[in-house]
Write a protein that binds this ligand. Sequence first.
Ligand SMILES: [Fe+2]
Length: 331
Amino acid sequence: MSEPIRFAHLSDWHATTLVGGGRGLLRPKRLSGWASWALRRRHHHDPAVLRAAFRDLRARGVRRVLVTGDLTHVSLPQEFRAARGHLAELGEPEAVFLVPGNHDCYVPVPAAESWDEWAAYLRGQSRDTLAPALAACVVDPPARDRAPRHADYPTLRVEGRLAVVGLCSAVPTPIFRAGGRLGSAQLERLERLLVELGRIGLCRVVLVHHPVIEAMEPPRRRLEDGAALRSVLERAGASLVLHGHKHRRRVGFLAGPDGPIPVIGVPSSSEVGSRPEKRARYHVYTVEERKGDDAGSPSGRFRIAAEVRGYDAASGEFVAVDEPLVMHPAP
Ligand SMILES: [Fe+2]
């Protein structure tokens, strides 16, 4: 029996400050983001809460962490540097895999002052480390110390029986909009990659910042090609899809070829609790491979269990919370 696979999902840290942003804030979209930060978000997101999450992960021995973006507010260079510090506190790039969110692409910013700061965390495996059939489904980022750009996605990391596929839905959007887009080239590579990973028999976890199931999602915050992404997932299959963006838990299911695909959104990992449903949380997943007759289970080859850890203001620590995360649809 192979060892269970264990990993955590964190998202939407927004644990940076705009103080000292100076002239960089003098762009209309950034000014609107500054107003949102000054009036609301700076009171809601606390780096101390994020550090409590990191402490809890260490105490529980959870090494692998998947992060679905929005580490910044308005994509200032100082925010990327600060968030790089948060990533370094969390863990080594080999254990922490990140995809960007819309706030990390708030306005067009030179890569050297933005995503390249996070290059080691954003990068997937280079093609020369992958089996040829997988290498044919991904592209290499430009150079070793540079981050993948939108056109370089999906990214892929394989460790044992776990394959994590990173998608990039982060594109600059007009003022008062927070949507995302994958594009046809990324979707086409994703489908081939998922099919190949499924053929090899790996546990396929897909990361994307924006919600995949659109229920109650206003158009201005929606993934433009969400319908196309859902179609790819339903045709090619996946074990689990993880997203952020909503600062709330979202649980839904897509009809994959091997059974239902859980699609789980996690709340922010730093939010002090403007509303009860938005209090800081992170999720821990444990994956076990089904064996023998059980491997033909209608809910897929892998059995996935989830655990919710939540911030407790009284102790200043994360604790187990009684919020069962059901990984299969109601019959
Ligand atoms: Fe977002």
